[in-house]
Ligand binder design. Structure first.
Ligand SMILES: Cc1cc2nc3c(=O)[nH]c(=O)nc-3n(C[C@H](O)[C@H](O)[C@H](O)COP(=O)(O)OP(=O)(O)OC[C@H]3O[C@@H](n4cnc5c(N)ncnc54)[C@H](O)[C@@H]3O)c2cc1C
Length: 279
């Protein structure tokens, strides 16, 4: 039978891991249990993360917002997660699965799964988020874009866990934050393509800073610096957005799969940018 551990603190977790180096970590289990169901012979121990308080914190400090890896998406989507400052992440969280799934699925599990379709990821990229990794030896921090090295691949060390996500507080705050997702249906759908946008406009409506990121259209989240630059110094009107959108199909790297063709994804991710016209 599979041994299951439920530590209540990080030292307890690290000592269990030391004794069971082959153990797997489980947060909400919404990715892991699906995978384990396909491997009935796998009886490696499971270490449940849900009782570790350090993973459940949401803190707003002067310079950053810190979200524990064990925070579930319903907390992030419903605004407990500190304000409109990170509204794009709250919008992304609200698109994940359905209400029951959002009560279980954690941001840490989403980041560690590193799926190109992971909905929190484009939002974390535009918010310039970093991940804090912890082991018995200490902690280290790296940008989320470095942590995720490919589809399903991360820089998580063997003895490490993802402890928290750090999001710098933007000053002045982003004027516009948007998360857009195209799926096969409106809810309980994996993204065919998604886009996160964070823009800072001055009092005259001129774009001073633009950060754009797309999901499900490459091995990891894709940025398009040319599209971002095309918006700078311009009013957020149809001509500027169309000029920026023209760069997008050439800079993403989608594949054909059961959900959509690469050609459709290229077109749709440029079109997602046009939705900024409603902002
Ligand atoms: C029906 C259904 C619908 C879904 N819809 C969506 C969707 O719309 N959008 C979307 O992005 N995803 C979706 N998912 C995928 C999944 O729910 C998310 O990726 C979720 O965030 C995973 O989090 P979890 O806490 O359940 O992770 P788990 O399944 O517990 O873990 C996933 C992986 O991360 C590792 N891990 C978890 N936490 C840590 C940690 N703190 N440190 C180190 N490693 C860790 C685990 O070891 C495991 O390898 C869906 C899944 C299902 C079953």
């Amino acid at each position: 039978m599979r041994p299951i551990f439920s530590p209540q603190s990080l030292p307890e977790l690290f000592s269990i891991r030391n004794a069971h180096p082959d153990a797997r970590l489980m947060a909400g289990g919404t990715d892991l249990l699906v995978r384990l169901r396909k491997q009935p012979a796998d009886d490696r121990p499971l270490i449940l993360l849900e009782r570790i308080e350090a993973l459940q914190r949401i803190e707003t400090a002067d310079t950053e917002i810190v979200i524990g890896a064990g925070v579930c998406f319903s907390r992030i989507a419903t605004g407990e997660c500190a304000t409109t400052e990170i509204g794009v992440l709250a919008q992304a969280a609200a698109t994940i699965g359905g209400p029951a799934l959002r009560n279980m699925a954690t941001i840490g599990g989403n980041v560690c799964t590193a799926s190109p379709a992971g909905d929190s990821l484009p939002a974390l990229y535009v918010l310039d988020a970093s991940v804090e990794l912890a082991s018995a030896q200490g902690t280290r921090i790296m940008p989320v874009g470095e942590f995720i090295s490919g589809p399903g691949k991360t820089q998580l060390g063997e003895n490490e866990i993802l402890l928290a996500i750090h999001i710098p507080r933007k000053r002045p705050a982003w004027t516009i934050q948007r998360y857009e997702k195209i799926g096969k249906r409106k809810s309980l759908a994996i993204a065919v393509a998604s886009m996160a946008a964070a823009l800072h406009l001055d009092e005259n409506g001129i774009v001073h800073e633009a950060r754009l990121a797309w999901g499900s259209v490459g091995p990891t989240v894709m940025r398009c610096p040319e599209a971002e630059e095309a918006l700078l110094g311009r009013r957020l009107a149809a001509d500027a957005i169309e000029a920026a959108a023209a760069f997008v199909p050439g800079s993403v790297r989608p594949i054909d799969d059961i959900r959509a063709t690469a050609a459709y994804r290229r077109r749709v991710c440029a079109n997602l940018l046009l939705r900024l016209l409603d902002s």
